[in-house]
Design a protein around this ligand. Structure first.
Ligand code: NDP
Length: 255
């Protein structure tokens, strides 16, 4: 793995929402490629427990607990990282939530909560990261979109709106930053085995729908995002800008 093109030696990566699920798998993968990683989440106890487990496995890991929807908390988290000498060269905007309701039953508070956590957060955290990356003329921003960055589905309107926004926000970031050496790309996972989907995984009807519609005929495993994440974080992708790589067992190709 550690050929120069794919090596992350000497880089520090901040992965939001990495106390569990896809973010944790991505953080682990970036660390395996040589990066020092900073984990993030809101639940401090869970975050520290995850970090301690990784340290026990010899992973170079720090933590930054903050709510990605809280502008002041994001700004001060970056100030603390600066003070600790952590130069974030790779940012993965992964924190996100799901909320299922038909549009006519959806209240505006939950609409806003999903938009804030899945979309506005990427703006807030990337802005702080980019302020530091642009003067250095080097940096990689990876936004976690979804299969739903390219299509809408019933009962998840704010989620699909946010993930669609992630795709075009990534393009806007690339348009502004590529010439300054900072790249922005996205990953669009399909249906993955994480806490977020536990109720769906446990629902036999939904489980067989996913298996029936996914060309790979199965759910994705969190670690299956690592290849795309390391590629987009490493020099191997230096001329790739504003793209979304779907890691979805082929679902977006056929649905
Ligand atoms: P999980 O629910 O398993 O984990 C969510 C993570 O995000 C946790 O670490 C959680 O921290 C953190 N988080 C949630 N809200 C905040 C917040 N306000 N501030 C900081 N951290 C927060 O989700 P997944 O791993 O399944 O999903 C990760 C990302 O991947 C999301 O953006 C999701 O939309 C996207 N995705 C997931 C798919 C899937 O099938 N699972 C498919 C496509 C995209 P804490 O532990 O503190 O709560």
């Amino acid at each position: 793995m550690n050929t120069p093109l794919f090596s992350l030696e000497g880089r520090t990566a901040l992965v939001t929402g990495s106390s569990r699920g896809l973010g944790l798998a991505i953080a682990r993968g970036l660390a395996e490629a040589g990066a020092s990683v900073v984990l993030n989440g809101v639940n401090e106890a869970r975050l520290e427990e995850t970090a301690a487990a990784l340290r026990g496995q010899g992973v170079d890991v720090g933590t930054a607990a903050f709510d990605v929807t809280d502008e002041a908390a994001v700004v001060s988290a970056f100030e603390r990282l600066d003070a600790a000498g952590k130069e974030i060269g790779i940012l993965v905007n992964n924190a996100g939530i799901q909320y299922r309701k038909p549009i006519v039953e959806l209240d505006s508070a939950n609409w806003q909560r999903v938009i804030d956590t899945n979309l506005t957060s990427a703006f807030l955290v990337s802005r702080e990261a980019a302020k530091r990356m642009l003067p250095r003329k080097r940096g990689k921003v990876i936004n976690i979109g979804s299969l739903m960055s390219g299509l809408g589905r019933a009962t998840v309107a704010p989620y699909t709106a946010a993930k669609g926004g992630i795709k075009t926000l990534t393009q806007a970031m690339a348009a502004e930053w590529a010439e300054h050496g900072v790249q922005a790309n996205a990953i669009g996972p399909g249906y993955m085995l994480t806490d977020m989907n536990q109720a769906l995984i446990d629902n036999p009807e939904f489980d067989s729908w996913v298996k029936g519609r996914t060309p790979s005929r199965r759910w994705g495993k969190p670690e299956e995002l690592i290849g795309a994440a390391v590629f987009l974080a490493a020099d191997a992708s230096n001329y790739v800008n504003g793209q979304i790589i779907y890691v979805d067992g082929g679902m977006s190709a056929v649905i």
